[in-house]
Design a protein around this ligand. Structure first.
Ligand SMILES: [Zn+2]
Ligand SMILES: [Zn+2]
Length: 154
């Protein structure tokens, strides 16, 4: 499937089969990720809001098999019963979600990727928690009160 070719059913706007780099603000942690992204979402949940100090937060998910650290090691903490979040303990950049609900995937904060411009989300999730001034306003973009799939971030 050509990603982005079908509205609503598209997983994100990126072309499949590419590799991109991600890194934190200070550069202590750098990783590469390759393969076909499985989904991309703006998340309005209260956990992302607090973890990032911003809302919504854009996420893109890749097969875990395509994720490889190049420098440093994220620090992890449990943010829910099933999920842990990875961040840089030097600069504090929030970067990753590792959720037992999706053991084959990893969620990456889209904005920390070099290819972020090509990885636009295609749905809003956890809209039931959205702040009124940050609520989705484009009726053409699908919205979900909670998650859109049985997997962590949409
Ligand atoms: Zn850092
Ligand atoms: Zn969230």
């Amino acid at each position: 499937m050509h990603v982005g070719s079908q509205r609503g059913g598209a997983v994100c706007r990126m072309l499949p089969g590419m590799m991109t780099l991600g890194r934190c603000l200070c550069g202590a942690i750098e990783f590469e990720v390759s393969g076909e992204p499985t989904r991309g979402s703006w998340c309005h949940c209260s956990q992302c809001r607090r973890a990032h100090g911003a809302t919504p937060v854009a996420w893109v998910s890749f097969p875990r098999s395509g994720f490889r650290l190049r420098r440093g090691t994220p620090r992890w903490y449990a943010s829910s019963e099933s999920a842990r979040r990875g961040f840089c303990e030097s600069c504090g950049s929030p970067m990753l979600i590792d959720d037992a609900i999706d053991p084959d995937g990893i969620d990456i904060a889209t904005a920390i990727l070099d290819a972020a411009a090509d990885l636009g989300p295609v749905r809003h999730i956890w809209v039931g928690s959205a702040l009124p001034w940050a609520a989705p306003s484009d009726p053409a973009i699908p919205t979900f009160q909670e998650r859109s799939t049985p997997r962590p971030d949409g």
